[in-house]
Design a protein around this ligand. Structure first.
Ligand SMILES: Nc1ncnc2c1ncn2[C@@H]1O[C@H](COP(=O)(O)OP(=O)(O)OP(=O)(O)O)[C@@H](O)[C@H]1O
Ligand SMILES: [Mg+2]
Length: 254
């Protein structure tokens, strides 16, 4: 089982859009996949038309075991399940703090999915918190969407330094440009400047494409309702590239 996080300190950079579409691609590629929504906004949960069960909460999530099994919901797509999030997840940080080995809790919880899922995708909330540190420990790969602007790059550098300073494995970090508008000089310049640095960028970038915004209307992955859209083609390319970094795993299916 490989755990892939969509993470950024910054909000609104395309984490959820990438998470939903990459998880969909993983599942239609024939590998049992779980999307674990960790964001109290519950955007992935919404995009897949899923409502958490009324008594489900972040506390049950942290209990793990049968509580997790009960909370997992099938999506409209074969091989793709979702563990929903709701507003109670705003308390995850405080609740995690109560555990011994509080940074390893998420990894422990996800271990129970080994053999059942080939890929687990984590849709993360923005910010850098104890939840994020759990993600850093649990994930095999951390995909970081970057809008090509000065501030985004500065924030990414901070994340990279945080990994260095705390002894985390920097090789897990896979930044890629997101919502790219080549007509904007700032975007073109930032991309060129970044390529010239040591930052190990993914080759694929996701263009700005209004079709992505319609995910809120169709409540489906873009890959499903408009597979030939510019951003959909880019997500497919990105998924291929990610798989060269994290080899596919076979499962019993779910
Ligand atoms: N490539 C794209 N082209 C155009 N719009 C996009 C693209 N990617 C995402 N968006 C839109 O930008 C907004 C933010 O995207 P998204 O929710 O994926 O970001 P996020 O990083 O998950 O945000 P948050 O930090 O709030 O969780 C959404 O309205 C989404 O539809
Ligand atoms: Mg999001």
């Amino acid at each position: 089982m490989k755990t892939i996080a969509l993470y950024s300190i910054k909000g609104g950079v395309g984490k959820t859009a990438a998470c939903v579409n990459l998880a969909y691609l993983a599942a239609i590629g024939g590998v049992a996949t779980l999307l674990c929504d960790l964001d109290p906004q519950g955007s992935s949960t919404f995009y897949f038309r899923i409502q958490p069960k009324p008594k489900y909460s972040s506390r049950k999530f942290l209990k793990g075991g049968k509580w997790l099994d009960k909370a997992i919901r099938g999506t409209d797509f074969q091989g793709l399940d979702l563990l929903p999030a709701d507003l109670s997840y705003r308390n995850l940080d405080i609740q995690l703090n109560g555990f011994t080995k509080s940074r390893q809790r998420l990894r422990r919880l996800l271990e129970s999915f080994k053999g059942r899922y080939g890929y687990v995708f984590l849709d993360c909330p923005p910010n850098i918190t104890l939840v994020s540190e759990n993600v850093f420990e649990a994930a095999d790969a951390i995909l970081v969407p970057l809008i090509p602007t000065t501030l985004s790059m500065l924030t990414y550098t901070k994340l990279y330094r945080f990994f260095e300073d705390t002894g985390l494995d920097r090789r897990k970090l896979h930044p890629f440009f997101s919502m790219v508008e080549p007509r904007k000089l700032m975007h073109r310049q930032t991309i060129q400047e970044t390529i010239a640095t040591k930052i190990h960028l993914m080759n694929t970038y996701i263009p700005y494409n209004a079709d992505v915004e319609k995910m809120g209307f169709f409540r489906q992955p873009l890959m499903h309702y408009r597979p030939a859209a510019m951003a959909a083609l880019a997500f497919a390319k990105l998924w291929k590239e990610i798989k060269t970094h994290i080899p596919e795993e076979k499962t019993n299916g779910s």
